[in-house]
Design a binder for this molecule. Structure first.
Ligand code: 5GP
Ligand code: ZN
Length: 109
């Protein structure tokens, strides 16, 4: 069994409120939302963070970005939103599995 909680969500070992899934990508609602729309978009394959992507990952990263855009079109008022990824503990990364936060539905400074 993986120790990575997002790998465990991918494997169906932990529950999640899934909003999108395909062969490579999973998107689910953040358990502790910071905005009315707070969705995490992850590769199903374990990649630690954006800090460890390889050139082979470029197509996957492009598909993740496109998927974020599609999910946001459906869910974010005015198609306005924020996308964040944290790399490393000192910059707020608490789960060591690459994830993009899609945040929307409120005003950000
Ligand atoms: P980070 O701080 O690493 O950028 O973001 C991790 C995010 O994952 C946090 O916003 C946190 O609320 C969310 N999170 C942590 N554990 C779980 C979980 O088990 N399920 C879901 N849906 N979100 C989680
Ligand atoms: Zn993982």
């Amino acid at each position: 069994m993986s120790e990575c909680i997002f790998c465990r969500i991918v494997a169906g070992e932990l529950p999640a409120d899934v909003v999108y899934s395909d062969d490579e990508i999973l998107a689910f609602k953040d358990i502790n939302p910071a905005a009315p729309v707070h969705i995490l978009i992850i590769p199903k394959r374990h990649i630690s963070s954006l800090g460890s992507v390889k050139s082979d990952d470029i197509p996957l990263l492009g598909r993740i970005m496109h998927r974020i855009s599609q999910i946001a079109k459906d869910r974010c008022p005015l198609n306005e939103y924020r996308v964040i990824t944290n790399i490393g503990k000192s910059c707020g990364q608490t789960v060591d599995h690459l994830h993009f936060h899609l945040l929307g539905g409120r005003k950000f400074d």
